[in-house]
Design a protein around this ligand. Sequence first.
Ligand code: GBH
Length: 484
Amino acid sequence: MKDITRRLFGKTVAAAAAASGLSFPRFASGQSTQGVPHPSGLRYPDGFKWGCATAAYQVEGGAHDGGRGPSLWDVFSHTPGKTHDGETGDVADDSYHLYKEDVQLLKNLGVQVYRMSISWSRIFPKGAGEPNPAGLDYYSRVIDELLANNITPYVTLFHWDTPAALAGGWQSRDTSKAFADYAAYTTRHLGDRVKHWMTTNEFVCFTDLGYFEGSFAPGLRLAPGPVNQLRHHAILAHGLGVQALRANTPAGPPGGRAENAVVMCPIIETPEHIEAARRATRFANAPFLTTVLEGKYPEEYLKHEGANAPKVEDGDMKAIGSPIDFLGLNIYVPLYARADSSPLGFAVEQQPESYPHMWSPWLTIGPECMYWGVRNVCDLWKPPAIYITENGTSSSDVLKPDGRVEDTDRIMYLRNHLTHLRRAVDEGYPVKGYFLWSLMDNFEWADGYSKRFGLHYVDFKTLKRTPKLSAEWYRNVIAQNAVL
Ligand code: GBH
């Protein structure tokens, strides 16, 4: 209480209050809300699953341990000038060694589910050929540890760490085939305990960003024709992966994918703009999600790409369109669409320079993206189930001498996003769970360790994990099954 009083009446707050003309309210003494069911309407339905997400290269470290082969991200991050301060995932959070501690972090939050990814080059150090039993054994131990703590693993087979030994990477069709073999082997060996699989994470990040923009591994800038072809190899890998996991797991466990579909919000919530946002969603996701869920490339896309359109072989589209049991959506940011009289029937609004964003400049704030992300996808394609497989934010996070990280901005971001997600749940869209990105600060790709997304602060020198204020907030959200 002493601490609260000091903080509430601290200089900064007093000055801010004075400046805004506020007077201090009286304390209602002796009243505690602890243990009282949350009275507002912001509850989630019973059985809704709360979780956290991470990815192998971002947290594991142990780059040379247990026979792991290098991935394109090892090569890229070790190339001067590619990542912030030349940082790499060599050590990251060292979850390779500290996974038991990390499972305890999850347990303390009270999550029911955990989304993690498997490093392909731990299982197949050369991407194909001989498997590495030590790699499989590592994941087997992680999964056992999760299950022993009553946490259900949701496993992504590929979160961008393409084995470096695969010649040509995603430019080669053989990589799709190698992925299918890896998916078959891994699901065959872990499918007795893992019942929820995702094939690949976010197509655009390992295709366009890696081979067109060059900002992610492998850092190439190819022409549109080759890029469309490797996009095709990526969605083909997903489809062959779905087939492989269906064929190789005894119970035919739910299989899905995790996709950062472009989210289009209607600029004004009126029928014509809602329709525009739906059209824009189908168009903006044409080479990836639209094709995967429709089992064919949209005509407009093929027409638009002309001679650069991908070359498709017999059977490809059938594989690509393989039915999935759930769709994972990674949702962070909105775009805004409006109806217009162009042939496409929509336009995307420019965002002004003053549009607010979180600590990462790309992370613009528009929490209604949670609602529209779900609604557009469901209205267009009716997937049987949806999980939010990622949502979260970076923050400037300072670990204070008293051990606290006061990430009020992260709580603001999450609270608002969960509020809008609940609207989708209320309206009956089949949202089954939510995975917060991320359990702890980790290797943020090209941004290295300069952007922190965790509920736990990681001191990257000592690897000590410290829960932030947002971890306490999320623990309460989970316990009450409500937005708090
Ligand atoms: C997710 O991608 C990833 O799945 C996850 O691994 C990652 O840690 C998390 O987001 C947070 O970033 O710097 O302007 O070039 C989200 C989609 C695509 C957003 C790449 C950032 C880079 C923008 N990301 N994008 S920029």
